[in-house]
Design a protein around this ligand. Structure first.
Ligand SMILES: Nc1ncnc2c1ncn2[C@@H]1O[C@H](COP(=O)(O)OP(=O)(O)OP(=O)(O)O)[C@@H](O)[C@H]1O
Ligand SMILES: [Mg+2]
Length: 424
C-alpha cells in the first residue's frame, strides 16, 4: 500500500509551466508491499484496513484534479511514439508556445494494473531522479497530468516529462551504418561510468543497466535513464541484514550473484551490466543470451569459467548455489572469446575486470574510470561527431518495429539473433 504526498512550492503556483530546475514536487514514499523499500515498513495493516485504504485511494484518484500540475495536453503536443517499456509508453513531444521549439520525452505512467494506486516504479523513478543531477543522468523536468474535463475520460493519467534525447544505445548499436572507432567506444563507456559513479556515490543502485536504458543526445552525451527499478541502498541496511529482491535487471545483463539468489547486494550488480554493454560495443549484440535464469548462468560460466568457492569464496552463502545446475571444470575465456572483436589489450583487460564473477572482486566505477584504458591513446572522445552524421533518431523501439535484423558478424560465440529476440 502506498501513501503519496505531493507538495508544490509556492513559486510554482504562479508559474505553472515553469521548470523550477526540474524539482517542483516533493514526493515521499512511506512504505510498500514488496518489502523492498526504505525506510523499513511499519507493521502491516489488517485486511479490513487495507480494503478501506484501497477504496479511499480509488476515490482520491478519481476525484482529485491535481490543479497545480501542468496538464499534458495544454502544455505539450505528442509527435511520435519512441518507446514502449514495461512500465509505460514514451512519446516525443513539442512544448507548445515556446520559441525556439523545445522537444521533450513524455513517459506515460501505466495505471491500468495498479490496484494500489500510483505505481511504485514511477514513484521510485521520480524520487530517485530528483536526488541526482548529473550530466550523464537523464533530467526529469516535470510531472504532468491530463485534463479530465477536456478529454472526457474518467481516468487520471500522469506523464513524466524528460529532457529529450535523440537516440538510445540499443538503437544505435542496431544501426549497421554507424561504426564506432576505439576512441568513441571509450567515450561511451567512460560517460556511462561517470554517471554510474555519481549514482553509486549517492547511494542508489540502478538495477536495470542495459543498452536500451542508455540515451544519447544528438551532441553525443550519454544519459543513464529508466530508474523504474532503482532503489536507495545503505551500508546500514546491509549490516542490519535488510533484504532486497533479486528479481531485478533484465536477464541478459543480470549478474551471477542475482541469478544465484543474492538478496543482499550493492553497486557491483550495475558494473556487470557495464561489462556486458562494453563488449556489446564491439559485438553489436548482447553477449550473454540465456532464455531462463538457468541457461543465463550456463552462458555466463561458458564465458567466465566455472563458479567455484576458490574463485568466489562467499558464493556458498547464496540461496541457489546448491540448487542451480553449475557446470564444473569450465575455463575462463573472457579475453580469448572477445579478442577477435576487441583488439585493444587495455580494453580487454577492463572487460575482464568488469565481468568478474565474484562481486567483491569486480572492479567498481571509480576503479574502472582510473583504468589505463581511459588514459592511453586513443583517448576517449568523438562520440558527438559520430552521432552528428546520423540523419534520424535511433531507438530500440523503432528498430523492433521495423523488424530490422542485427548486423552479422560471422560465426562466433556471440552470433547475433536480432533485437526482437531479447528476453526481458
Ligand atoms: N528522455 C528520453 N528521450 C528520448 N527517448 C527516451 C527518453 N526516455 C525514454 N526514451 C525511450 O523510451 C524507451 C523506454 O523508456 P524507459 O526505459 O524509461 O521505459 P520503461 O517502461 O521503464 O522501459 P523498459 O521496461 O523497457 O526498460 C527507452 O528505451 C528510450 O528508447
Ligand atoms: Mg527501459
Amino acid at each position: 500500500m502506498l501513501y503519496l504526498y505531493v507538495c508544490v512550492p509556492n513559486g510554482f503556483r504562479n508559474t505553472p509551466n515553469a521548470d523550477l530546475n526540474g524539482k517542483p514536487y516533493d514526493i515521499e514514499i512511506y512504505k510498500d508491499d514488496e518489502g523492498d523499500n526504505w525506510p523499513p515498513s511499519s507493521p502491516p495493516p489488517t485486511d479490513e484496513k487495507r480494503r478501506q485504504m484501497k477504496v479511499e485511494q480509488a476515490k482520491y484518484l478519481e476525484n482529485f484534479k491535481f490543479p497545480l500540475l501542468p496538464t499534458s495536453e495544454d502544455t505539450y503536443t505528442k509527435i511520435a511514439k519512441i518507446g514502449q517499456g514495461t512500465f509505460g509508453e514514451v512519446y516525443k513531444a513539442i512544448k507548445k508556445l515556446t520559441q525556439p521549439v523545445e522537444h521533450v520525452a513524455m513517459k506515460k505512467i501505466l495505471m491500468e494494473n495498479e490496484k494500489d494506486g500510483f505505481p511504485i516504479t514511477a514513484l521510485r523513478e521520480i524520487k530517485l531522479l530528483k536526488k541526482i543531477e548529473h550530466k550523464n543522468v537523464v533530467n526529469l523536468l516535470l510531472i504532468s497530468t491530463n485534463n479530465l474535463d477536456s478529454r472526457k475520460i474518467s481516468r487520471t493519467e500522469f506523464h513524466l516529462i524528460f529532457e529529450f534525447c535523440e537516440h538510445d544505445l540499443a538503437g544505435l548499436l542496431a544501426n549497421t551504418n554507424l561504426k564506432f572507432n576505439l576512441a568513441e567506444i571509450k567515450d561511451v563507456i567512460q560517460q556511462l561510468l561517470n554517471g554510474l559513479y555519481f549514482i553509486h556515490l549517492n547511494k542508489i543502485l540502478h538495477r536495470d543497466i542495459k543498452s536500451a536504458n542508455l540515451l544519447i543526445t544528438k551532441n553525443g552525451v550519454l544519459k543513464i535513464a529508466d530508474f523504474g527499478l532503482a532503489r536507495a541502498f545503505s551500508d546500514v541496511i546491509v549490516k542490519r541484514n535488510h533484504k532486497y529482491t533479486n528479481r531485478v535487471v533484465t536477464l541478459w545483463y543480470r549478474p551471477p550473484e542475482l541469478l544465484l539468489g543474492a538478496n543482499i547486494y550493492g553497486p557491483p550488480i550495475d558494473l556487470w551490466g557495464v561489462g556486458c554493454i562494453m563488449a556489446e560495443m564491439w559485438t553489436r549484440c548482447p553477449i550473454l543470451r540465456g532464455n531462463s535464469e538457468q541457461s543465463q548462468l550456463l552462458a555466463i560460466t561458458e564465458l567466465c569459467g566455472s563458479i567455484t568457492v576458490d574463485i568466489w569464496p562467499k558464493v556458498t552463502d547464496l540461496n541457489l548455489f546448491n540448487t542451480m545446475e553449475l557446470p564444473i571444470g569450465q575455463k575462463r575465456k573472457v579475453k580469448e572469446c572477445l579478442k577477435p572483436y576487441v583488439e585493444d589489450p587495455n580494453c580487454l583487460d577492463l572487460l575482464d575486470k568488469l565481468l568478474t564473477l565474484d562481486p567483491d572482486q569486480r572492479i567498481d566505477a571509480h576503479g574502472a574510470l582510473d583504468h589505463i584504458c581511459f588514459w592511453s591513446k586513443p583517448m576517449p572522445g568523438g562520440l558527438g561527431n559520430a552521432i552528428s552524421r546520423l540523419q534520424t533518431s535511433n531507438y530500440e523501439f523503432l528498430v523492433k518495429q521495423q523488424k530490422f535484423g542485427m548486423v552479422k558478424q560471422g560465426p562466433s560465440a556471440f552470433a547475433p539473433t536480432g533485437l526482437q529476440d531479447r528476453i526481458y
